[in-house]
Ligand binder design. Structure first.
Ligand code: AMP
Length: 632
């Protein structure tokens, strides 16, 4: 591993020289004066004084050389729409969109909340915000009005951009009523809402004076030329909310210059893309993978990005491979859950299309089990790279870095610490470094490399408290994941150290789901745990204590009540957070000091030993959990 080891070592020991070189991969309007300012740990400021812009790097700088090259290919198997935009056309659309946003009074530093399905206009909106120096906050379309309202109130956007609806599996999911409800719930609602009308909701209500039509505004700004607003490298580009252990989502704040450099470098060293080639990432723009590798990463690197609205198995399980073949995709990025979904389908689909263009398939977002890793690599006959990262980091923490060295891939492991990350596995007991094959918390010694979150939006204190105080006097960033390293240096991720669960790669806080369950008026108390699921990795499972037991007096009433509670979660957070079951009990297992014993509940639900119960207040609570689980 000589070469990669040296590459990584240099990124840590000669940090500034290393990143100074990587910074040449992007355009700077004004050169930076200093590579790193780390005078206020743990806050790192990269490329200080440099001025740049994400939209310029993603579009404008490519116009001369690749104006006629496809920049965005859009395929929807939901609507049957297929369209593409060259860099020149994308430039025109983004200018129109930027002009319409600017016309609503949005300027540098203002927030714009984007709540849109997988349509090209969502990409235009993100890039248009970047062009103006406005801070976008994209909220995944699967979130319901309550979650949306919480994100509105935290970011306080001047403008919201949405669509009449999204589509999934042939069914439309209307967004506009959710948006209206969220705006009503919010304390700091946006003044204007721009709606892209896909014709999914003939009865869509328009609120006059607030709601504006995307297509009509576009017409008004057809020839718009909106100059790029240059930002100092550390000025924020976007906010993206993610779940933690509290019910309140955290706004991950990203900078501008560091993010551009980190993405460009990752396209080269990790994803092994080449300008002019095509990348296909199957995520959603509402997640960090969508931000980094549907929108910014490939475009900054001069690649074509393929955006797909639809399921992996509709019209059949060959659709993704058809997309790869049709677009000569060289880099593909998907999730372990998707691989497990495909594994259940006829393997012939993997052989039906010409996949000779495809160099690598990358998977991330949740643990990739060894059998699935092996299956997909064999079925594709291509290297499949498991890599590990978080919303907070914006790009991989652990990965094979094949652009630097062709290290052998091992199934079930995301390989090695990526350059820039001074990664340690720390023992929880004494914060010492774990040895080979010893479990530890995956931690990063700051400064975090370029591209990682710079703070929690509006709350520096929460940033420090949340991520940097886990190990007494040691200032390290905790990923809240358990990891282990084998004798050859390969890392394995063993699961979260906190109460965050991962459903099909979507991160959800158990507290958040508990709060949603408690929004039902008959729920007194609830415990939500993540339970292993063969397809989705984990699923939430709820145990609730009701206020009025008459409402669950018969099996029929109980079933109806369970459904009502699930519907409440759908309305509060969204269907992604819906528990697989809601069991009713009269008591929850707690310690004598009143702390919920989630780990014991989880262990029982997974058929494991509940662990140390010396502090339990009333052991009969666990008997109730056992009895409830037996009813499945
Ligand atoms: P998110 O911020 O939603 O992307 O979730 C990040 C979390 O997903 C990490 O902290 C891990 O718990 C999990 N995760 C992401 N990628 C991997 C991977 N390759 N292997 C295991 N867990 C992963």
């Amino acid at each position: 591993m000589g070469t990669y080891k040296e590459f990584h070592k240099r990124s840590i020991t000669q940090r500034e020289a290393f990143w100074n070189e990587q910074a040449a991969l992007v355009d700077w309007h004004k050169p930076f004066a200093k590579v790193l300012d780390y005078s206020r740990p743990p806050f790192a400021r990269w490329f200080v004084g440099g001025e740049t812009n994400l939209c310029h790097n993603a579009i404008d700088r490519h116009l001369a050389e690749r104006g006629g090259q496809q920049a965005l290919v859009y395929i929807s198997t939901e609507t049957g729409q297929q369209t593409s935009y060259t860099f020149r056309e994308l430039h025109a659309e983004v200018n129109r969109c930027a002009a319409m946003i600017r016309a609503q009074g949005v300027a540098k530093g203002d927030r714009v909340l984007i709540y849109m399905p997988m349509i090209p206009e969502a990409v235009f909106a993100m890039l248009a915000c970047a062009r103006l120096g406005a801070i976008h906050s994209v909220v995944f379309g699967g979130f319901a009005s309550h979650s949306l309202a919480a994100r509105i109130d935290d970011a306080r956007p001047k403008l919201m951009m949405t669509a009449d609806g999204g589509m999934r599996g042939g069914k439309s999911i209307l967004y506009k009523p959710l948006v209206d409800a969220a705006v009503r719930l919010a304390q700091y609602p946006p003044h204007k809402v721009i709606i892209f009308n896909r014709g999914l909701d003939p009865a869509m209500a328009i609120i006059s004076g607030r709601d504006l039509d995307y297509a009509a505004l576009r017409e008004q700004h057809m020839d718009a030329q909106v100059p790029v607003t240059w930002l100092e490298s550390n000025e924020p580009s976007y906010i993206l909310y993610t779940s933690g252990t509290t019910g309140q989502p955290k706004g991950v704040q990203r900078d501008t210059g560091g993010y551009a450099v980190a993405l460009a470098a990752s396209m080269k060293h990790i994803y092994c893309g080449q300008p002019g080639e095509a990348m296909f990432t199957t995520s959603d723009i509402g997640w960090v993978v969508g931000h980094s590798y549907i929108v910014y990463g490939p475009l900054i690197y001069g690649m074509t990005t393929v955006m797909y609205e639809g399921l992996p198995i509709r019209p059949d399980a060959g659709i993704w491979w058809k997309i790869v073949a049709d677009n000569k995709v060289t880099v593909m990025f998907s999730s372990p859950t998707a691989a497990r979904v495909l594994k259940k389908q006829d393997p012939a689909y993997l052989k039906k299309y010409d996949l000779s263009s495809l160099r690598h398939l990358f998977l991330a977002g949740e643990p990739l089990d060894e059998p699935t890793h092996r299956w997909i690599a064999d079925a594709l006959g291509k290297p499949v790279i498991d890599h590990y990262w978080q919303t907070e980091t914006g790009w991989p923490i652990l990965s094979a870095v094949l652009g630097v060295e062709q290290t052998p891939l091992k199934f079930g492991t995301p390989s090695f610490p990526v350059y820039g990350y001074d990664l340690q596995l720390l023992r929880e007991s004494d914060a010492g470094e774990a040895g080979a094959n010893e479990k530890g918390v995956v931690a990063i010694v700051p400064p975090l490399p370029p591209g990682c979150m710079t703070t929690v939006w509006g709350d520096d204190e929460r940033f420090v408290q949340t991520y940097f105080t886990g190990f007494r006097d040691k200032l390290v960033y905790s990923t809240f994941d358990w990891g282990i390293r084998d004798a050859e240096g390969y890392h394995f991720i063993l699961g979260r150290t906190d109460d965050v669960i991962n459903v099909a790669g979507h991160r959800l806080g158990t507290r958040e789901i508990e709060e949603a369950v408690q929004a039902h008026s008959n729920i007194a108390e609830v415990a939500v745990v993540g339970v292993a699921d063969a397809l989705k990795g984990q699923m939430p499972l709820a145990f609730a204590v009701v206020k009025d037991s008459a409402m669950i007096a018969t099996p029929q009433l109980k079933a109806a009540h369970e459904k009502e509670v699930m519907d409440t979660v759908d309305r509060q957070i969204g269907a992604i957070a819906r528990p697989s079951r809601v069991h009713f009990v009269t008591l929850l297992p707690k310690t004598r000091s009143g702390k919920l014993l989630r780990r014991s509940i989880q262990a029982l639900a997974e058929g494991r030993d509940p662990g140390d119960l010396t502090t339990i207040e009333d052991p009969s609570a666990l008997d109730q959990i056992r009895a409830a689980l037996a009813t499945r």
